[in-house]
Design a protein around this ligand. Structure first.
Ligand code: SF4
Length: 115
């Protein structure tokens, strides 16, 4: 790829609010969606975790994040990153599809509840 093509691609990515040089964990095979009990019978929250064990709290415990914030999990580099596909389109679509805030889901109907 020549210099002009590189510049054009970067410009396109920035227009869509996706930084080309960053790694988006949401586009990594190790970023997993997991249920977390909501404390209300048969309801759960959606959380994301890094199955490669890269997300840690200061004291070393695993850190999980709220699903609706997953597109914010963006890092400069990761030796375990395994992209699942083309980043720009994936993140753009995910931003459209994500809920705007934390929601609970019914275990059986998958109906959502917002608080
Ligand atoms: S392996 Fe790295 S890039 Fe993949 S989800 Fe974990 S921290 Fe993110």
């Amino acid at each position: 790829m020549n210099q002009k093509e590189t510049f054009t691609e970067t410009e396109t990515l920035q227009e869509n609010d996706v930084a080309s040089e960053k790694i988006y964990c949401a586009n990594c095979v190790h970023c997993k969606l997991v249920p977390s009990p909501a404390g209300i019978q048969d309801q759960f929250y959606l959380r994301v975790r890094c199955a490669a064990g890269k997300w840690k709290k200061k004291l070393g415990e695993e850190k999980i994040h709220k699903y609706f914030t997953v597109t914010r999990r963006c890092i400069d580099s990761c030796d375990a990153y395994e992209p699942m596909g083309e980043t720009e389109e994936f993140i753009k679509q995910l931003k459209k599809d994500l809920p705007s805030k934390d929601e609970t889901y019914d275990r059986f109907t998958h109906e959502t509840y917002q608080f």
